[in-house]
Design a protein around this ligand. Structure first.
Ligand SMILES: NC(=O)c1ccc[n+]([C@@H]2O[C@H](COP(=O)([O-])OP(=O)(O)OC[C@H]3O[C@@H](n4cnc5c(N)ncnc54)[C@H](O)[C@@H]3O)[C@@H](O)[C@H]2O)c1
Length: 442
């Protein structure tokens, strides 16, 4: 493919005469499907999970924040199809990779999903295709891992095919910013790759921000997540100190937030959660070792954010003790097991280690979460717990309710009124002075 042919690809993109392939139909892939469809593109979604492919084929969404009604329109009019036949990767002109990038048990990058995807693309690569990695990963993944695999076909990057990285910034449940409103950072392996990527995303995203290399784009995403991780750790550490000093950290954060410059508030909680913040920073720590470099902030933040789980459990234990009860044999209700409010995702939720610690200490743990009817099996945990209906009878029966996730639809004043003891990690009980004797902030 020469420069003219690249211009032809860009023209096809602008004219919506391309098929967009999106690999990984999850929290990141599905919103992209919708956005491309809404902007008039045809999309072919790929996933290894046949159940998801069947559901999508029927126009059914399995993600709470993405209603089926939005999806089914594009299934019905033929704009969107899903498949688990990876030989069909030959069909799309543009392929976006949105597969998981978790950690192994030793906290090292688990690259098997990217490797398998890259291999599937290699087998089907043809001239004129644009491949973009969106999964969060360490600087160098696109050029050191994917590029050699794709060039082993004999096709040349920037000439025969195009490759780059554009980090996903999806924030599930965020009502203020939807996919197209969140600026997209893009980088190509060569200038031609850069042109093609810019042309593609400019069709669907309001602002596209170019950086000079895939490595810079990969590190941009990590910086964003490390920034959150470190700041959350900072307020969590100060929360534990403030508690010892008899100061309400929430009041302090609100007061500090009145400074109109130089301060961005972060809020303490039961520990970090989600698929990104507790995981992604360690992709960089791992890569840094190759450069004989220790990422001390990342490790310290990880350490503090894990310590918070123990702190919360200790606060529950102390609060029960105040009531003459022991944690062993106590019935504890965890309110909210999702990693953050109003989402149906419990991956890496701080509720999970807290439940495990409580069970190890002999507590009987129950939970209520309107978004998660049963706790699925996780790599590290398999609790076999189902959400209990939140009734007055339940609240009178338990020894303590622990607010781990502050879902909006829970009537917290009612919970506090009925429960014998409430341990609040999210400050939702602020101002409930009437019951202050049975509220403990943790
Ligand atoms: N969830 C978020 O809020 C978020 C935000 C920004 C970035 N990210 C990053 O985006 C990437 C994807 O995250 P996610 O939350 O969408 O994950 P997810 O688990 O919701 O979705 C991933 C999908 O990929 C599928 N899959 C796994 N292996 C595959 C393969 N070899 N081929 C095709 N499909 C495969 C899975 O079945 C699943 O449906 C990760 O790197 C994550 O760090 C996630």
């Amino acid at each position: 493919m020469n420069g003219n042919e690249m211009n032809r690809l860009i023209q096809q993109i602008v004219d919506r005469k391309i098929l967009v392939g999106i690999i990984g139909m999850g929290y990141v892939g599905l919103p992209l499907v919708l956005r491309f469809c809404e902007q008039g593109f045809k999309v072919l979604g790929f996933d290894v999970d046949p159940k998801k492919v069947v559901a999508l084929g029927k126009g059914k969404s399995y993600i709470k924040t993405l209603p089926s009604s939005r999806l089914s329109t594009f299934v019905k009019n033929g704009q969107f199809k899903a498949t688990d036949h990876f030989s069909r990767l030959r069909e799309p002109e543009c392929i976006l990779i949105c597969v998981p990038t978790p950690l192994t048990e030793k906290m090292e990058p688990d690259l098997q999903y990217i490797e398998k995807t890259s291999e599937a693309i290699r087998k089907n690569l043809r001239k004129g295709q644009l491949i973009v990695l969106e999964s969060t990963t360490y600087p160098g993944t696109t050029e050191e891992l994917i590029l050699p695999q794709l060039e082993s076909t004999g096709l040349k990057v920037g000439k025969d095919f195009f490759l780059g990285f554009s980090p996903e910034r999806e924030d599930p449940g965020n009502k203020k910013f939807t996919t197209h409103q969140i600026p997209k950072v893009v980088a190509g392996v060569t200038p031609a790759c850069q042109e093609a990527i810019k042309a593609l995303y400019s069709q669907v995203i309001d602002q596209v921000v170019s950086v000079s290399s895939p490595k810079a784009a990969e590190l941009t995403k990590l910086l964003e997540n490390i920034y959150r991780s470190v700041n959350i750790a900072l307020v969590n550490e100060l929360k534990m100190l403030a508690d010892r000093m008899g100061i309400d950290i929430w009041e302090v954060i609100e007061a500090a937030s009145t400074k109109p410059f130089g301060f961005s508030p972060f809020y303490p909680g039961p520990g970090m959660g989600g698929h990104c913040i507790p995981i992604d920073p360690f992709y960089l720590s791992w890569k840094a070792r190759e450069y004989d470099f220790t990422t001390r902030f990342i490790h310290l933040a990880g350490e503090i954010n894990v310590h918070v789980h123990y702190y919360v459990v200790a606060k529950i234990q102390d609060a029960l003790n105040q009531q003459g009860k022991s944690l062993k044999g106590a019935t504890i209700l965890i309110l909210g097991v999702a990693y953050k409010k109003d989402v149906d995702d419990a991956r890496e939720s701080p509720a999970l280690p807290i439940i495990e610690l409580l069970q190890k200490k002999g507590a009987i743990v129950r939970y209520h979460d309107p978004f998660i009817p049963a706790l699925p099996r996780f790599r590290k945990y398999n609790f076999k717990l189902k959400s209990s209906p939140l009734t007055e009878k339940l609240l009178r029966h338990i020894d303590a309710a622990v607010i781990v996730t502050d879902h909006s639809q829970i009537d917290y004043p009612w919970v506090v009124e009925k429960a014998p003891l409430v341990v609040d990690t999210r400050n939702v009980t602020q101002g409930m002075t009437r019951w202050k004797r049975k509220i403990v902030k943790a």
